[in-house]
Write a protein that binds this ligand. Sequence first.
Ligand code: NCD
Ligand code: ZN
Length: 345
Amino acid sequence: MTQSLTIRRPDDWHLHLRDGAMLQGVLPETARHFGRAIIMPNLVPPVVTGADAAAYRDRIMAALPEGMDFTPLMTLYLTEDTNADDLAAAHASGLITAVKLYPAGATTNSASGVKNFDKVRPVLERMAEIGCPLCVHGEVVDAEIDIFDREAVFIDRVLDPIRRATPGLRVVMEHITTADGVAYVQANDRDLGATITTHHLIINRNHILVGGIKPHYYCLPVAKRESHRQALVQAATSGDARFFLGTDSAPHIDALKEHACGCAGCFTATNTMSCLAEVFEAANALDKLEAFTSLNGPAFYGLPANDATITLTKGDPVTYPAKLETGAGPVTVFDPGFPLHWRVA
Ligand code: NCD
Ligand code: ZN
């Protein structure tokens, strides 16, 4: 039985760090284990220009505790007014790694997102030209589409048409939650990857709704039925290089989660590696953990894997604090609902 596992230091290909006191509070939770992370730009106001991204990167680096080694990979928030030259300059200088597409209204702080996809076509064409990947929040927002169907409908109505119209555009389907998302990635072997979160490998929609509403399991895209979770576990543990970790760790203070209109987001930065080791072990796929957390993501982005390694060891259950106290308020740490035996040494 494996009791110790040494892997390349992981990266997180989808992370919300927020700003100010929250940033200060949550950043060490990620930097402790992860070498790099794709930083989501959905601040208020969003990170839209190269100058915004540079300023945000500086605030992240200023919040990084001394002695911690972490590289934020910045993104721009795509709007209908995004300037393609500014974007291209930010990409050429290495300031940004990707651009994020939120359909307007799809999720937290997405009001400035895209309503009319035709309006961003020239920017997407430019991105294809320069090799800048597009990270996509793949949900339609039409009121008549059931929330559990929004990802599948997005693939047919929005994503596939965009990819056909923009050959060469590299796309990351972010936080896929359905067997449909898995199948779409598997059917397209060029220029397409997908991130999978920690929590979507663990919870299904029953966790949110059975026995009372559990606001800390509510996130977007919302967790789907069990068969979809199983498809995600299969994809993540398969070793297929198109699937990689993006935790979508999305901190909100408890007061805003435990609320009549609770915010969407699960905070998994603290215990993600322990949770994932448990999931991969249960799937008899511990030997695929490194590909998912540390190799496939860099390969998609054309970056080297981290030189450093981490070692996970198995033993008595590890306990994590139920809450992270931040200067912005307490944030509940994701509860996988089962004991965690793997810890990062
Ligand atoms: C994210 C957030 O809180 O910013 N919430 C979430 O449920 N994942 C936004 C997002 O990535 O959709
Ligand atoms: Zn997110």
